[in-house]
Each structure stands twice: as C-alpha cells, then as structure tokens.
Design a protein. Structure first.
Length: 560
C-alpha cells in the first residue's frame, strides 16, 4: 500500500457543493491529487435522509470526510483496486448532516454565502444519505477508470450532469476495513489445533457465547501440550486491534493464559486472566494495534504451557480483529520503532523500514512467514519487550535465561527448552546443570547428555537424587561433571570401572553404582542459540507480570 496523505489541495468550499443538477462542478475549485485513500473506522451514529425520511446510520471517516460505514468499506475496496492500476481515487465530499444541508440551503435561498449555489431542500439531498460521494474526477484517469470499473464495486453515477457524483447502495465483492468485526471462533474452519486436539474437552455448543474448548495446564503424562491457533482472513492492509472472548464458565480458570500474537513485523504476548469470566470481549495489550496485510500475516495462538496448577483450565473460544486505521508511510530506509510505522509490506529491522525476510535471509535461524522477520532466539526481534529483559527473562525459573535456552526441543518431548526444566531429559534439572560447558564441546551442560564428555551418560552418573547429583570422591564436583569421578588417577573415559573404588575388591562396587565400560560417543551436537539475522528494536513496555518468550511461535509453529 502506498503511504496515506492529505490531499495536496482541497478548497474548503468543496465540502459544501450541493450536487444538484445545476450545481457548479467541484473541478472549478482546483486540481486535487490523492494517494491511496485513508480510512479511520472510529464510528459515530448519525441520522441519514432519503426523500425527507430519516433513518439511523453509522459514519466513519475516509480521506477526512464522513461516509456511511458500508459505503466506506465498498469505496476502500474499490480504491485499492484502482491503486493497483495506478489510479489514485479520493473523496472530495461525503455525508452531510441536516445542519450542513440547512446551511447550504440557506445560502442558496438568501444568496449570502456559498456563491448562491443551488442546494436541495434539507432532507432531500443525496449526500444526506451517507451513500453519495463526490470523487476527484478532475484528476487524470479517474473518470475513465470509474466508468470502466465502478459498477463492479457497486458504485453508479446517479446525477447525469455530475461525473464526480457516485453512489453505493449495495453490491460489489464485499470486504473493507470497517466491517463491524472479523471474528474467528474455535468452532470455525479458521481455527485449528496445532497439537493436542484429542486432549481438549468441550463445553456447551454453538457460537462463542455458548461453546468453547478447554483443558488443564500442561502436566505430563496426564495432560499433554495443547496449542490452538486462530487465523483470520484479514480484509485490508492496516492496523488492527485484537480482542479475545472470555467465556462465563468455571472451566475458564487460568489467570495467566498466554496469547501469542503474530503480526506483520513481529510477535507479542498478552497474558489474560480468564478467571474473570466476563462473558464478553477483552482487549489484548490494551487494544494496542498490530500491522496486518490483507490475505496473511495474522494469527493468534494459545497454549496450555502454563505454570499454574491442575484445575486452572485454559479456554480457547474466539478472537476478534478490529480495524483501527492505516499503517505508517515510512519508506524503505526510513526510521521506525515498529513495523506499524512502515508503509506497505515493509517491516522494522534495526530501527529501519526494510523488506520482509525471505528464504535464505536469516542465516542459521528461520524466516517466519507469518511475521516477515527472522526468528530471533536472543529476543532482539520486534517483540514489544525492552532489550535488557532478554538477559533476565527466565520463564521456567531454572536459572537459565530464555534467550540462552532457545526455542528448540532438545529432548523431543514436545516442550521447548525455554519451558523445559530438564531440557536434555537426563534426569538432572537444568537449574542444577546450568549453562556452562564442562567439556568444551560447544553444547551447554543443560543440553548435553554427557556434560563432561567421558562417554558416560549424565543420567547414569547423576545417582538416585538428580537434584543433588552424586559426588563419588567428595571433591565438590558431581560425577557428571567430573572426568575422574573416583579420583583414582584414571580418567573416566579410560577407566573401565570409573565408579569402582580401588579397595582391593577386584571390582567390588562399594558405591552401589553401575559398572561402566568406556564407549565411543558421537561428536558434539551442533547447538546455536544466537541469531545471525538483523534484529529489530524491541524497546517496548513489557506486556505482563511474567513474560513468555516470543520464540514460541518459531519453536512450536505448524510447518506449512
């Protein structure tokens, strides 16, 4: 989308043109050039009129002019099509209130203002319906494009002497940014279960007011991971706020349900207290708007990876997107804070508007097609979080920051490392193992199932209490980190009986530990927690009391 702009020249008198058969054309007021029309979907109620009869209408703003909402939708869809053909439509005059028309009529009757232009009797002007628009047909190519295409969008000339006057009373392809709302319910085809569908229960039936899905927080083996995704068909480029519906049910009990929002340019997390059970919509991140592109770049995920106790059930119900307005007009290379500031499909990368990533652009990390940015496991992508939070955020409270643990799943148990308190499934908690690299193989101990590289699995060396791993020789170094666990002078890697004491028992195991034979092990697993892609500014307010690493969408997203 090209950048939004105020018309270069708009005369105030243009707003007062009567649009009656003998009214002077707005072209005499000067040439008006527009870029792609801007829309604000902030609604206001008013009264429209046709042939003197009043009726209620909802009014929004297009190009700074009031327009009936559905007419605005139809016009915007038409304006996008025209823009794709290199034609920049613009609105010169839209809806007129009764007060507006009374003023114009008074000018006509008393000939003391508005050049005494002819004006319709109040209540009888086409413009009082909200469905009539004066367009910028004085600009080159506008009238010929409208003549060839407007009817397919439901627009027709209704005043033969005015080639600028077009009205919409229905028809066209539909869509537009100011639809009342775009809602995806958990029963809709735009909702899907990434994983865990078989473990989820259902309450009620029907639409979101009456039915929803729920399950307990993740607690293996009884409760597996469940991830549900809402993926709407966004009808127009621009900024959209996101709301979720809170079912009024005891099955909605989570106080920290983490909704991951993917938008064009990044991801954000909003924590929702579902136990409020309002039976109504609540905004995510206080209705902060996110940039979305028509036909893509929008989804919201909810997972039951939650620190809460069983019974704190999480509910998947409905998500609503509402158009807020156009995105910014920053071109390639312009400064930005978020992709919201950038025009078209540009994203904010390192404080500069740039093209979205593609295959091969992200080095060792991954280009996320839902966001147009590289999946950045050090949390420097556009995630609405302060940069310094990356050094302290520790979602699973294991003493290792999320950015070090990353979003992969080292042990293949379905839980990403940043949430897994035993990432390598060796029985020793990550909190005990830490992020050091005892054997210098490039794999941190909490991901290394043989941390000291002696050919003996950590799970075998840990002993019966992994929270307090065995230290055979009492030298302060647990066996899984000690390359000579029994301090016999023979490295465990070369000692056929590394845990047996040299007490003359010919191999009698005085420690009750297993007997090991040295074995070859594979080379170190390649592990990478950094991101070689460019980072984007994340200098944003933290979205909740504790923060969920945004790499969730990269580590758990469905492969498309």
């Amino acid at each position: 989308m090209r950048s939004s702009a105020i018309p270069l020249l708009v005369a105030a008198l243009t707003l007062l043109t009567a649009c009656d058969p003998t009214a002077p054309p707005p072209e005499e007021l000067g040439f008006v050039q527009y870029e792609l029309s801007t829309v604000s979907c902030d609604e206001s109620g008013d009264t429209g009129y046709t042939t003197g009869s009043p009726f209620p209408i909802t009014v929004v703003t297009v190009d700074g002019k009031p327009v009936e909402r559905e007419t605005a939708n139809a016009y915007y869809v038409m304006a996008q099509a025209a823009d794709a053909d290199g034609v920049a439509l613009g609105i010169v005059s839209g809806f007129r209130t009764m007060a507006d028309q009374e003023y114009l009529y008074g000018c006509y009757v008393n000939c003391n203002c508005n050049n005494c232009n002819l004006a319709a009797t109040p209540g009888y002007s086409n413009h009082q319906s909200g469905h009539a628009l004066d367009l910028n047909t004085s600009a080159p190519g506008i009238y010929s494009w409208l003549s060839a295409n407007a009817a397919s969008f439901g627009f027709y000339r209704t005043v033969p002497s005015e080639d600028w006057h077009w009205e919409w009373w229905g028809g066209g392809p539909g869509g537009g940014p100011c639809a009342a709302e775009v809602i995806v319910d958990d029963a809709d085809p735009e909702f899907s279960w990434e994983v865990g569908a078989d473990s989820v229960s259902f309450a009620g039936s029907g639409a979101y007011e009456d039915g929803f899905s729920y399950t307990d927080p993740y607690a293996p083996p009884l409760t597996p991971i469940a991830i549900g995704e809402w993926e709407p068909a966004i009808p127009a480029d621009g900024l959209w706020s996101v709301d979720v519906y809170l079912p009024d049910s005891p099955h909605a009990a989570s106080t920290e349900a983490a909704f991951v929002i993917s938008f064009h340019g990044g991801q954000a997390v909003a924590f929702v207290d579902q136990s409020a059970r309002t039976g109504d919509w609540v905004p995510l991140l206080d209705s902060y708007p996110f940039k979305h592109l028509a036909g893509g770049s929008a989804n919201v995920r909810l997972t039951n990876l939650s620190p809460e106790e069983p019974g704190s059930t999480l509910a998947w119900d409905a998500v609503r997107w509402k158009y807020v307005g156009p995105a910014g007009d920053g071109g390639s290379g312009s400064s930005c804070e978020l992709s919201n500031d950038c025009a078209g499909n540009l994203v904010c990368v390192a404080d500069v508007c740039a093209s979205p990533c593609g295959a091969g652009d992200c080095g060792g990390s991954e280009c996320n097609p839902a966001t147009g940015v590289c999946v950045d496991t050090d949390m420097l992508d556009e995630d609405l979080l302060p940069d310094d939070s990356a050094t302290t955020m520790d979602t699973d409270q294991d003493g290792i920051p999320n950015y070090l643990e990353g979003g992969s799943d080292a042990d293949g148990d379905g839980v990403p490392n940043w949430w897994d308190q035993d990432s390598d499934d060796d029985g020793i908690p990550d909190e005990v193992e830490g992020s050091g690299d005892a054997d210098g193989d490039g794999l941190p101990d909490f991901l290394d199932d043989d941390s000291d590289g002696d050919g003996i699995l950590d799970s075998d060396e840990a002993g019966s209490d992994p929270d307090d791993p065995t230290d055979t020789d009492d030298d302060g170094i647990p066996d899984y980190l000690d390359t000579d666990s029994d301090d016999d002078g023979i490295p465990d890697a070369e000692d056929e009986q590394p845990l047996w004491s040299d007490d003359g028992n010919n191999g009698g195991n005085s420690f009750g530990g297993p007997s090991f034979e040295n074995s070859d092990v594979e080379g170190p697993v390649e592990w990478e927690y950094g991101c070689s892609c460019s980072s984007t500014n994340a200098n944003r307010p933290a979205p909740g009391a504790w923060l969920l690493l945004l790499i969730l969408a990269a580590g758990l997203k469905r492969r498309r």
